[in-house]
Design a protein around this ligand. Structure first.
Ligand code: TTP
Ligand code: MG
Length: 414
């Protein structure tokens, strides 16, 4: 950020934080094994739209033993069956080898949710703040529970992560991979780095080196499409991405380019906040060309302010700080904010304060404007609902949608 103030609520590089990312290994298959010991150690395929004995449906997940046969998520069951026949068929058919067959089960979401609920209870006990990303995946901020201090050649954080992992194994009975790092995106990559049953620790100061050799698609937020586009630019590894020209990335991918560049460099300021309870809410709008037309600028800010206030109202959020962002050519990001004596939910006030802050830029050309409310508080009734782990949707933050957690709510600096 240059050319202006920084928002005090934005954390620095957060090198002292300790974030764990927990992701259960082949979750649905692990749940099936939990209630049917016959499946343990065996190839297991869980099919969406699958019915016993039928070839219909698609693979929701496969155990690692089944993956070794080439079975993977989203594959049609018929294709999976070609690679890995059903155990029942193999037993009846002398031309098939039961040692090269697997168990197929239909999805039973209700049961998986129950198991997820048991895991969630443990995770809640293990961290001060947790963010549930999908049915089998969560970020934990454990900064207050442990430390990066090294004792006998290991960090205390590693011991703590092992404790979390073992509690899940012992109390619930499913294997999970855990990544520990000073920020969310590095923790996410770490948990994925040594699956299944992984425990990967990336200490502060090692994040950039850890990313360096990885494929660019390992960077959280780089899906197959972005990976392909990056490769066209000659960017193959996360190290290449970290070293790439930020101007070119921004040109090609917009703000997202900046975020991905930062992540590859080991920076990720996002805080672990419960889903639906962001640290801030904001909206931005870019002009096709920089404009110094004060009326247009004010009109834009007024519109953004109304939008942000409405979203805050929709979330039953009160705010104590109102801010604006003004991007001036070439790409100087200026932020200004004002804090109020107490939390409010007042659309007129958001507009007034935002316009007042804009006045400082009178006469300057502006490329982009943003309005943000922060220091949020949520009404108590709403908190109970938002805390619920009530959805079985998955992989929400994968693919080419990198800004879908709290940063999608528009954190200026995400
Ligand atoms: P993931 O955590 O992505 O996958 P996983 O737990 O099966 O395997 P691993 O973490 O070891 O790589 O998703 C969690 C569950 O979500 C998964 O068990 C099944 C479900 N799911 C689908 O139904 N369809 C999909 O395409 C994916 C990726 C997951
Ligand atoms: Mg998983």
């Amino acid at each position: 950020m240059s050319g202006g103030g920084t928002l005090p609520s934005v954390v620095d590089d957060g090198d002292d934080r300790i974030v764990c990312h927990v992701d259960v290994d082949c979750f649905y298959a692990s749940c099936e094994r939990l209630r049917d010991p016959e499946l343990r150690g065996q190839p297991v395929v869980v099919g969406m739209g699958y019915e016993s004995g039928e070839p219909h449906g698609a693979v929701a997940t496969a155990s690692y033993e089944a993956r070794a046969f080439g079975v993977e998520s989203a594959q049609p069951i018929s294709a999976a069956l070609e690679r890995l026949p059903r155990m029942a068929d193999a037993r009846d058919d002398p031309s098939l080898d039961p040692a090269e067959a697997g168990y197929y089960r239909p999805v039973d979401l209700e049961y998986y949710r129950e198991v997820a609920e048991r895991i969630k209870t443990i995770l809640r006990e293990c961290a001060d703040r947790i963010r549930e990303v999908s049915v089998d995946e969560a970020y934990l901020d454990v900064t207050e529970r442990t430390a990066w201090t090294v004792v006998d050649g290991r960090t205390l954080a590693e011991g703590y992560a092992r404790y979390v992992k073992e509690r899940i194994a012992r109390q619930v009975g499913v294997p999970a991979s855990v990544g520990v790092a000073p920020n969310m995106s590095a923790a996410k990559v770490a948990s994925d780095h040594d699956k299944p049953d992984g425990l990967v620790v990336v200490e502060p100061g090692e994040v950039r080196a850890f990313f360096e050799p990885l494929s660019v698609s390992a960077v959280h937020g780089v899906g197959p499409v972005t990976a392909r586009e990056l490769r066209e630019l000659g960017v193959e590894t996360a190290g290449d991405l970290a070293a790439a020209d930020p101007g070119i990335l921004r040109e090609r991918f917009g703000e997202r380019g900046r975020t991905l560049h930062e992540r590859a460099r080991g920076h990720d300021d996002r805080e672990v906040t419960p889903k639906g309870r962001p640290k801030s809410l904001s909206r931005e709008s870019a002009f096709t060309e920089a404009t110094d037309d004060a009326a247009r600028q004010r009109e834009t800010v007024a519109g953004l302010a109304a939008d942000v206030a409405e979203r805050a109202a929709g979330k039953d959020a009160l705010y104590r700080t109102i801010g604006i962002k003004a991007v001036t050519p070439p790409y100087d990001v200026n932020t200004r904010e004002r804090s109020l004596p107490g939390p409010v939910a007042d659309a007129d006030l958001v507009r007034e304060v935002a316009l007042d802050l804009l006045a400082e830029f009178a006469g300057e050309p502006i490329r982009k404007l943003g309005v943000r409310v922060s220091n949020l508080q949520f009404a108590a009734a709403e908190q109970a609902r938002l805390d619920g782990w009530d959805r079985a949707d998955t992989a929400e933050c994968e693919g080419d949608v990198p800004l879908c957690d709290q940063s999608s709510l528009g954190d200026f600096d995400a």
